[in-house]
Design a protein around this ligand. Structure first.
Ligand code: DHB
Ligand code: MG
Length: 613
């Protein structure tokens, strides 16, 4: 697949955008006109830079408001077009994108648009270039790609074809199946964009909220299947208007962008396998196959010297056993059931306790690492002592480390044997495994983190929700493996609160009996997050609980929820720096996270931090 990216996706100057695109491995770029107009580089220097960087300039865009106009306007429009065709020749670009008219069209008569586009085709052909007509979702008279297809068919000019943009097709709910009826040689260019499912006006949705494929809600696998079956074999380009990407480091954004196209190739090849590949020419390279992880292998906490004891004490209070130190590395292991927490002792200045790494159980660690490499995830170098079980790791967008491991026949990972006091999982432990991990994400890389979880870890995004905290809304996006074997919750706090610990991460351990776990923790002196009486009164009104049970919840500071399947009991420790722990008990297949309790928890943490309780 030939990959391309529009310069509008990236921040910086034209020069930086081209360098970032090349560094991320794109084959080509679309020059977005305002980026060129505001650049000091003359056209020949832009062309030369592209050659130096080894990228092609695939498209010049956009040209606006051409067709369906008065004869007088048309003469002016043809003059404008000639100037741009001349410029394209100097840039070495052979295709111009023409958006359907949104402003100056005076006639809905297709015959007029056909005639005017044919005259544009003649001028383009005289200049050795061609025009790709794109139906904008909010076009005045042409807003539907099938309508554009009828027009282009009637124009019947070799220099006039299509630009298909997934946003304009899917945002309107048009069925992309008719793409297969467009002759492949008439599809001059293809732009791929994803977007979250929002209910808002099309122009604002398109200009501010597009995201890279895999970060939104569009069915791009289906779209790609139709595109490939049309026989199209040209560039697949990203055209993502997004307020965040316009502000973030273009080199990083370009890598996230490239990851999305690698991922799209996998979706495309799956769609072809499923729905047939007759007519497809484009070579798509699927990623190395990987089954989603079946559990957490470990959670690693890093903390500076003076702060590790609090982590140890809290783990003890939650019932964890000290598995001792590693024979060669400066790490110690705490375990209970199938939950393993590694405390890193190697960094005296690590700061407050925080989740530094997550290990995932996968069937084939090498396939997972190979796949991550194809998805441009930077590898994490890891020193191995002689005889140590090798762990393959990559860095996630939030800079935390992700490792791929395997659970051996004994029900524990092989690396556990490298610890002094290697724990043997007890069948009757109150904590059985890691249930979920909440990770705070910065506003810059939230979308990238979603794509990383989907593509590298094989987790599926669940519907996102906003949770009210006293300092703002926290966007919460659950990513989960089938059956909830692995659940990550990505949290995005308001930008102005980045320094505020509302961003804290937390690790939730699954328990068979949260009441017993809470009693044990209390007996061992755990400092619980205090929950107020109003919460328990509200629980009573909502769930009509048995009074003795309600009293027990109140007494132990347990939180409660219920869904159509079952019940949820959970409690939180106080924050230990940037991390805190939670014990959860899911009764009869409760599938949520106690979302209605999250604002209460956030408010309690806020009150605690502010020293008000
Ligand atoms: O929002 C726009 O104007 C615009 C311009 C060019 C495109 O390719 C597009 O999809 C939208
Ligand atoms: Mg477009």
């Amino acid at each position: 697949m030939k990959t391309s990216i529009a310069t509008v996706c990236l921040s910086g100057t034209l020069d930086e955008k081209l360098r970032a695109s090349a560094a991320a491995g794109f084959d080509g770029v679309e020059i977005f006109e305002p980026d060129f107009v505001s650049s000091p580089l003359p056209p020949r220097d832009v062309a030369a830079l592209a050659v130096d960087l080894g990228i092609t300039l695939d498209l010049y865009q956009p040209f606006r408001d051409f067709e369906g106009v008065s004869e007088e306007k048309l003469r002016h429009n043809l003059r404008r077009a000639r100037a741009k065709f001349d410029l394209m020749n100097r840039l070495g670009i052979d295709t111009m994108l023409l958006c359907s008219n949104v402003g100056t069209a005076v006639s809905s008569d297709d015959a007029l648009a056909v005639d005017q586009l044919r005259r544009l085709g003649d001028v383009a052909a005289d200049n050795g270039v061609r025009v790709a007509y794109e139906a904008l979702a909010w076009g005045r008279f042409v807003a539907d790609y099938e309508h554009a297809a009828r027009i282009v068919r009637s124009v019947d000019h070799p220099a006039v074809g299509h630009c298909l943009d997934s946003f304009h097709i899917l945002s309107r709910g048009w069925d992309p199946v008719a793409i297969e009826t467009i002759p492949a040689d008439k599809i001059f260019f293809v732009q791929m964009a994803d977007a979250p499912g929002l209910t808002m006006d099309l122009l604002s949705w398109s200009r501010h909220h597009r995201v890279f494929p895999g970060e939104g809600a569009f069915d791009l696998a289906d779209f790609m299947g139709h595109l490939l079956r049309s026989g199209y074999d040209g560039p697949v380009s990203l055209e993502i208007f997004n307020d965040t990407f316009r502000r973030t480091d273009p080199f990083r954004t370009a890598i996230d962008a490239m990851r999305s196209l690698e991922w799209l190739q996998e979706l495309a090849s799956e769609a072809l396998d499923r729905d047939g590949s007759e007519g497809a020419h484009m070579r798509v390279e699927p990623l190395p196959e990987m089954d989603p992880p079946v559990g957490f292998n470990f959670v690693e906490i890093r903390a500076e010297d003076g702060q590790r004891d609090r982590v140890r004490t809290t783990l003890y209070q939650l019932g964890f056993d000290d598995g001792g130190s590693h024979r060669t590395k400066p790490v110690e292991l705490w375990a209970q059931g199938g939950a393993r927490v590694v405390i890193n002792n190697g960094d005296a200045t690590a700061g407050a306790p925080a989740v530094a790494a997550l290990g995932f159980d996968v069937a084939d660690t090498h396939a997972a690492a190979e796949r991550a490499a194809r998805l441009l995830a930077p590898p994490v170098p890891r020193e191995e002592g002689a005889g140590d079980e090798p762990l393959l790791g990559v860095r996630a967008p939030d800079s935390s480390e992700v490792f791929f491991g395997r659970i051996g026949a004994a029900g524990v990972p092989a690396w556990v044997a490298e610890f002094e006091n290697a724990p043997v999982p007890a069948a009757d432990s109150l904590v059985t495994r890691v249930d979920h991990v909440n990770l705070a994400q910065s506003w810059e890389y939230f979308d990238a983190a979603v794509l990383f979880c989907t593509s590298v870890l094989g987790l599926d995004p669940q519907p996102s929700l906003d949770v009210a905290a006293p300092t703002g809304l926290v966007r919460s996006q659950v990513m989960s493996a089938p059956g909830g074997a692995v659940r990550l919750v990505l949290n995005l706090a308001p930008a102005e609160n980045v320094a505020n610990p509302v961003q804290a991460q937390h690790v939730a351990f699954a328990s068979t009996d949260a009441v017993a776990a809470a009693k044990r923790a209390r007996q061992r002196g755990l400092s619980f997050l205090p929950i107020g009486d109003n919460y328990y009164d509200d629980l009573d009104s909502r769930f009509d609980l048995d009074p003795a049970f309600l009293e027990q919840l109140r007494e132990l500071q347990l939180m409660y929820d219920r869904d159509e399947r079952g019940e949820f009991l959970h409690f939180y420790t106080e924050s230990l720096g940037s991390v805190f722990f939670e014990i959860v008990e899911r009764r009869r297949g409760y599938a949520g996270y106690g979302a209605t309790n999250a604002p209460v928890r956030l408010a309690a943490q806020h009150t605690r931090r502010a020293g008000l309780s």
